[in-house]
Design a protein. Structure first.
Length: 336
């Protein structure tokens, strides 16, 4: 289910109006009923959310539209999920609640903590799980902006992460990102998110055990969890591709499974490891060619290819043309 709560567009209509455009026209063009915007009980197609946000940025000539919209949102857009997070015992517990029950807000996205290569640091990763989404740089910046609002709700208004990671080139001057997020921006990154000090996870919150338990029970009853392993394997492939170690054997070991057992479970979900790794490589290539200026040699390494010639063959199979031709074509298509 690639949907999201209507609160994901809270503040959208007023911001669009203030910027001189017609929100009703933009929403209808995205396939969204204007009366559904801001309604927690209504689910919107996630692709429609992307279209609404991206077209608004273009229609209003506002390259920081996503960041501006995020300033009008906060933990309240998450509904009961936000209540469960803010009534947890610690910031780490709040992260765990969000990761576990984010499907109650939107099963189309993922927010999770991953280990950092730096001692004493953790990484908060935000990902869109739908396959081959339309260009969504503004939507990513909206999500990171809201994530920052939530972090500051939990850790204090003055909280500043160590760095913010964006999977696209800057949409405005890099200095704008530094002023907005308060930390060093890193562009053309594999995954969107924030680096922060792990010690922050131990920060105590104003725990309300009774309310927390009640809301968690409610979320457990309404959240649809991914029954199989496909999304978990895709996520691990994305993380391991640049290392060149994304093998069936290694990933099976991460799940404490024999490779044949993982193969059987993926087959039961109508896919194979080879299909998944090819799909992730294609999506990753499409993202980097569309949203970044990284070299083809760099892209080859990000995909786990030992030689650039393998990238060339793959692009011809995926897109019917060379990587350079595809980059030129898709950029013309997204700016026209």
């Amino acid at each position: 289910m690639s949907v999201v709560r209507g609160t994901a567009l809270s503040g959208y209509s007023r911001l669009v109006e203030e910027l001189g455009a017609d929100p009703v026209e933009l929403l209808r063009g995205a396939g969204i009923r204007p009366q559904d915007v801001g309604e927690h009980e209504i689910f919107l197609p996630y692709r429609s959310l992307i279209v609404a946000v991206e077209t608004a940025a273009t229609a209003t000539a506002t390259p920081d539209f996503g960041r501006r919209l995020a300033l009008r949102q906060g933990i309240e857009i998450l509904g009961p999920l936000g209540v469960a997070a803010r009534t947890a015992a610690t910031v780490g517990d709040a992260f765990a609640i969000v990761e576990t029950f984010l499907g109650a807000y939107s099963p189309a996205i993922s927010a999770h903590l991953t280990p950092s290569t730096e001692i004493g640091q953790s990484f908060y990763a935000f990902e869109i799980l739908i396959e081959r989404p339309p260009p969504h740089a503004q939507t990513t910046e909206l999500s990171l902006g809201v994530s920052l609002q939530v972090l500051r709700f939990l850790l204090g208004e003055q909280y500043i992460p160590l760095s913010v990671h964006l999977p696209h080139e800057p949409l405005t001057a890099a200095a704008d990102y530094l002023a907005y997020f308060g930390c060093r921006p890193r562009f053309a990154e594999p995954v969107a998110g924030f680096s922060f000090r792990t010690a922050a996870l131990a920060r105590a919150l104003n725990q309300d055990s009774f309310a927390h338990h009640a809301v968690v029970q409610y979320l457990a009853g309404i959240t649809t969890h991914e029954p199989g392993m496909t999304q978990s394997v895709r996520r691990m492939i994305r993380q391991l591709l640049p290392t060149g170690t994304a093998s069936l054997e290694l990933i099976a070991a991460q799940f404490d499974l024999h490779p044949r057992a993982l193969h059987r479970r993926l087959t039961a979900e109508n896919t194979t490891f080879a299909d998944l790794i090819d799909s992730v490589r294609r999506e990753t290539a499409e993202h980097y060619l569309r949203d970044t200026d990284i070299s083809l040699a760099h892209l080859s390494r990000e995909l786990g290819y030992a030689e650039q010639s393998v990238l060339s063959r793959s692009c011809r199979r995926w897109f019917g043309c060379s990587a350079r031709t595809y980059r030129n074509t898709i950029r013309v298509g997204t700016t026209s």
